[in-house]
Design a protein around this ligand. Structure first.
Ligand SMILES: O=c1ccn([C@@H]2O[C@H](COP(=O)(O)O)[C@@H](O)[C@H]2O)c(=O)[nH]1
Length: 242
């Protein structure tokens, strides 16, 4: 169910931008939210903010009119994951995610947990290969496939379990749209405007390249939140995509 205060913004919002609200203090996060227009982006609450501030953080953003992607990347046994996904749906979030490497039974259980929510269910997506990972990181785990090949394998499994889409790199978007269908949603972190530093990201693309690759949503954090004027940086990136 939607929370009482959740003003669902889905119908109004045509922006592909999801800002990763990775702040250590709530005041800075809300000050940023107060300076931006919910039509220019959706907001992602991840492990840092949720661990600091809990579900109230999500509600505070929803009351300001934002669709919230709860990025907690659930990865557990099927029962626990399904119950966590249902709890996220109770919060009225727009999108929630699990790790595809939790396997088919886990993803199917998560999907099934959303059935009682009907049309109010959040989008359910699965993380394939983290955008911070490159071939050598996979090799350390005993995975000899390239990041793109392994991500496609996990994305196929995700689609076959009936989820709405995946988190992947924008570098994989053209290939995945063609292999998995246009309707399968691609949510892509690792977005870096030209000239910004990659930080810990490895499989990156600029916002313009990501748009040209037909991603559905591009997740952008530090290039916005750590800029001198985050609200203006968001508006500049949004304008550059029109
Ligand atoms: O594969 C993934 C999955 C999630 N993320 C999250 O996206 C943002 C990216 O932030 P930046 O500051 O733009 O790097 C962050 O919250 C990650 O937890 C990801 O980067 N890659």
């Amino acid at each position: 169910m939607k929370s009482e205060n959740n003003i669902n913004n889905n119908d109004l919002n045509t922006s592909p931008i999801v800002v990763a609200l990775d702040y250590a203090d709530k005041a800075s996060a809300l000050a940023f939210a107060d300076k931006i227009d919910p039509r220019d982006c959706r907001l992602k609450v991840g492990k840092e903010m949720f661990t600091h501030f809990g579900p109230q953080m999500v509600k505070d953003l929803q009351t300001r009119g934002f669709d919230v992607f709860l990025d907690l990347k659930f990865h557990d046994i099927p029962n626990t994951t399904a119950r966590a996904v249902a709890a996220a749906a109770d919060l009225g979030v727009w999108m929630v995610n699990v790790h595809a490497s939790g396997g088919a039974r886990m993803m199917a259980a998560a999907k099934e947990a959303l059935a009682p929510f009907g049309k109010d269910a959040p989008l359910l997506i699965a993380v394939t290969v983290l955008t911070s990972m490159e071939s050598s990181d996979l090799a350390d785990l005993g995975i000899t496939l390239s990041p793109a090949d392994y991500a496609e394998r996990l994305a196929r499994l995700t689609r076959d379990c009936g989820l709405d889409g995946v988190v992947c790199s924008a570098q994989e978007a053209t290939r995945f749209k063609s292999a998995l269908g246009q309707a399968f949603q691609l949510v892509t972190p690792g977005i870096r405007p030209a000239g910004s530093k990659a930080d810990d990201q490895r499989r990156v693309m600029t916002p313009q390249e990501a748009l040209a690759a037909s991603v559905d949503y591009m997740v952008i954090g530090r290039p916005i939140t750590q800029s001198a004027d985050p609200a203006q940086t968001l508006r500049d990136i949004r304008a550059s995509l029109r």
